[in-house]
Design a protein. Structure first.
Length: 256
């Protein structure tokens, strides 16, 4: 928040106008009011707790990181924010305009591809007939997206909503061995920290920083209260508020 001062010559009266900073936050279903998980709920997303700023939130359920990249570029031109929060999504997604495809394996190791009509076939062919979903390729393109957003705007906070890698990627394509007492989310976090350090601002390049909202919430007490529940891991209002309390101390370093 800032102040603009002015004076009226006719009245000899000085005044101050409060100018609120603008925050732009973009992500997937974790920031989408139209998400099925949030229908009928009075949900408040974590960036909206910055009550000393004007906050614009744009989310797309099932959106890929390319959709987030393109939407961020357009929204920066339209809203001209002081700070951009880029909340990236899972690696296993493709977007064709506003139509999204997600691929992966279920708990029984059965392959799935979501999407409308022929898009389901596109997801399957890309997964099995190309290198697009190889971990090293995914990391390279993710870092490229982050650098592009940094070129769009000079004040960006990067974080992930859901984990960038899912458990199938981690299980099949990394050689990290799970230690006794170590959770899957901690393994994914450590793998991301090792392979994607330049994705984050220097203020959060630390082993103590949880750079995935999903990871952060999974490691908290009373996790069941922090998500929608019944198999739905989208953050609840309590989860979003706790996320705000955690991320805000880092964002304030960029924002204030």
């Amino acid at each position: 928040m800032g102040f603009v001062c002015g004076c009226s010559i006719l009245t000899n009266f000085c005044f101050a106008v409060v100018v609120m900073k603008k925050i732009l936050a973009i992500g997937d279903s974790y920031l989408d009011q139209e998400c099925d998980s949030y229908k009928g709920q009075d949900i408040k997303f974590w960036p909206e707790y910055f009550d000393d700023a004007s906050v614009v939130v744009i989310g797309g359920s099932g959106a890929s990181n390319d959709w987030i990249l393109n939407t961020t570029f357009d929204a920066i031109q339209e809203h001209k924010p002081d700070l951009v929060i880029c909340q990236w999504s899972q690696s296993m997604r493709l977007s064709f305009h506003n139509n999204h495809v997600s691929v992966g394996f279920d708990k029984n190791d059965n392959f799935y591809s979501t999407g409308r009509g022929a898009l389901k076939n596109v997801g399957e062919r890309v997964y099995f007939d190309s290198d697009h979903f190889r971990v090293d390729v995914l990391i390279k393109y993710m870092l490229r997206r982050i650098k592009m957003v940094n070129a769009f705007h000079n004040n960006v906070f990067h974080v992930f909503g859901p984990n960038f890698f899912n458990h199938i990627h981690f299980k099949e394509e990394t050689d990290v061995v799970k230690r006794p007492g170590q959770t899957r989310s901690r393994l994914v976090y450590e793998h991301m920290l090792q392979n994607m350090p330049e994705a984050f601002a220097p203020i959060v390049q630390t082993r103590d920083f949880m750079f995935s909202q999903e990871n952060f919430l999974k490691l908290q007490r009373d996790y069941d209260k922090l998500i929608i529940g019944n198999g739905d891991v989208h953050p609840s209002n309590e989860g979003h508020y706790l996320t705000y309390k955690y991320f805000s101390k880092y964002i304030r370093m960029l924002y204030d």
